[in-house]
Design a protein around this ligand. Sequence first.
Ligand code: NAD
Length: 468
Amino acid sequence: MSIGMSQIEEIIKKVMIEISEESKNKNPASQNRLGIFDDMNDAIEAAWVAKQEFTKYSLEDRAKITESIKQEIGKNIEVISKMAVEETGMGRYEHKVLKNRLVIEKTPGVEDLKSEVFSGDGGLTLIELSPFGVIGAIAPSTNPTETIICNSIGMIAAGNSVVFGPHPGAKDVSVKTVEIINEAIEKANGPKNLITTIRRPTIEKAQILMNHEKINMICATGGPGVVKAAMSTGKKAIGAGAGNPPAVVDSTADIEKAAKDIINGCSFDNNLPCIAEKEVIAEDRIADYLIFCMKKNSAYEIKDDELLKKLENLVLDEKGGPDRAFIGKNADYILKHIGVDYDKNVKAIIVEVDRKHPFVTEELMMPVLPIVRVKNIDEAIELAVKVEHGNRHTAIMHSKNIDNLTRLARAIQTTIFVKNGPSYAGIGYGAEGYTTFTIAGPTGEGLTSAKTFTRKRRCVLVEGFSIK
Ligand code: NAD
């Protein structure tokens, strides 16, 4: 049987199409749209390719990209906030909206990258901030979208590409957020896959991410486990770990305001933020009035021992830590589970306990706020330092005595110290200063921003460009 020319042409065409399809499937960049991959190695490879392309972009281009991210996220805040609450089962929709808005309004971009100059008889020496390369960023379940958005803005402004390792319990909303951000990058003519992630994250895949040879820097936002894992990779690691912020109230404070601020801070997103007030330490002289004022600000007080026992059995697990089923839940939901049918608008459950109680020593991340009574300011400072556990994260104090404020700030050495305000003032909400949802206490970078994600490089011109 002989084959005609037209049949040969047809066969060649088919083979060419098959080869092209196969090569498309092998090329990670074409397996996905908008930075979402099945395989972590493919996600890293694609972000690495994007980083090579990104080196050709100017600072102005970077600024256009981060502006576009802010705009596109701005259009989708309600969607991602709703998704985050529904998927994780934690937090409050209206507070997620506020947190996401804060991130797009107050996360610094390229303006954060300031060069340094030394000039004199010897010439001119310039210190410039260069990108690190490809960053592996691990995000928590408590602020899944906020972390991805603020890390993306800062890391891209600094000239990096990013591979996100989201929490398995927040995978869909994380994928959605990455898609929106990549859409925004596309709109601003940025490189494809400048940020990437995977559809089904696991701790094992996060390990692959952190240990991959093409990852130049790790930024881990989460509990002690992930910070330790990041710091043991031998790479440059930024660790933003757990907190257990005490709120100290001394007898000089404006008690009405302190009560209001503490209840607002501790109930913000149902106590999920790592900066939120986790326990109150109050001087005996004002403790009763503080509790009275807290109740006026929508707190429910548990006084009965039996009810306290029920609450402990409900929200603590067998190891004495928080039961995940109640992390980030509404106060009325928790109350209902211990047989108290109360006002739906209740913000927090308050309870006076002993200083060694697990509600005080554990990071509960739910609107259950323990109060410990102390004799005087010396005891308050000593206890606050103890229950913060050396996390160096956040502390809050309500006082009009400058000496007392200074003494606690010095003793506790936290990254954030809020005086006479709710904890969220510490990340710029209703107060001065930029925002971030990655607060690097353990590794010391503090409130991260674009410059945190850079390398310092020195360029020296001998005997020139000094015009003094
Ligand atoms: P988590 O530690 O359970 O998870 C955080 C992330 O780390 C997730 O993506 C998870 O998959 C990953 N992970 C956990 N253990 C890992 C390991 N051994 N190896 C690799 N990856 C691992 O935390 P969470 O419940 O999602 O978030 C709450 C915790 O995070 C709290 O302790 C809170 O204080 C802390 N946090 C800190 C900051 C900060 O800026 N310092 C911000 C948000 C949350």
